[in-house]
Design a protein around this ligand. Structure first.
Ligand SMILES: Cc1cc2nc3c(=O)[nH]c(=O)nc-3n(C[C@H](O)[C@H](O)[C@H](O)COP(=O)(O)O)c2cc1C
Length: 217
């Protein structure tokens, strides 16, 4: 009987050790729970707030749109990501006549021909609480194969260090081309992703398919 009791105690002690070990190991890379079963916030090495699941964190959607197509895409992105919208508005807004690229005397054609005229002043390039955004979507129409230049002022005026930047554009037929890369060079900071071109009349489902591919939603 004494031998049996000793053996039983040994077995119970071993089982306790195994359970304790299993409960403590292998929590790396996964969220942990506190003693009461609630979620513990994962810590970053520098103690800053971690980026939300999906890795995109809080989202800002900045765009310029002369005739509303890019604006529609920007709206879809902001709605799907719970992002903040910010429209880039030129001090001297483009009229229909200004945008008539078939007319070589039009404003936009003159700017196309002469790079020095492309410095388009914006009403504002300053984003409230800029530091709080982890990801910046930047949208524009394609003009002669590149990003419409009214976005340049915003890119030049801001520091994208520590942010993920995702260009998107609308166009009649041209692709994204070098537009994102050229803006990345102009910015000089930020982690720029490839980006995406949408047709002028992009639908909400076109946009959500892309956001799903990116893993943003
Ligand atoms: C000045 C100008 C230049 C354009 N150049 C191109 C181009 O090179 N390739 C293209 O596919 N579409 C071009 N487009 C068409 C626009 O990219 C397209 O209509 C876009 O969806 C407009 O976006 P928005 O409504 O946001 O301004 C041009 C339009 C304008 C006004």
């Amino acid at each position: 009987m004494k031998k049996f009791l000793t053996a039983l105690i040994c077995v119970l002690l071993s089982l306790t050790t195994v359970f304790a070990f299993t409960a403590c190991r292998d929590t790396g890379g996964k969220s942990q729970t506190d003693q009461s079963g609630g979620q513990l916030t994962p810590e970053t090495p520098d103690g800053t707030e971690p980026v939300a699941p999906g890795g995109y964190g809080s989202v800002l959607v900045v765009y310029f749109s002369a005739t509303g197509n890019t604006e529609a895409v920007a709206n879809y992105i902001a709605e799907s990501t719970n992002g903040t919208l910010f429209e880039l508005v030129p001090v001297n807004e483009y009229t229909d006549a200004d945008l008539n690229y078939s007319n070589h005397n039009s404003r936009v054609y003159q700017e196309y021909e002469n790079e020095e005229l492309r410095d388009v002043e914006l009403v504002s390039t300053a984003i409230e609480n800029w530091d709080e955004y982890d990801t910046v979507f930047i949208g524009y129409p394609i003009w002669w194969g590149i990003a419409a230049w009214p976005v340049n002022d915003f890119i030049e005026d801001n520091d994208f260090t520590g942010k993920t930047v995702i260009p998107f554009c609308t166009s009649s037929s041209s692709g994204l081309g070098q537009s994102g890369t050229l803006l990345e060079e102009l910015a000089g900071t930020g982690n720029w992703l490839q980006g995406h071109r949408f047709r002028s009349s992009a639908s909400e489902s076109d946009v959500s398919s892309w956001l799903e591919e990116l893993g943003v939603i």
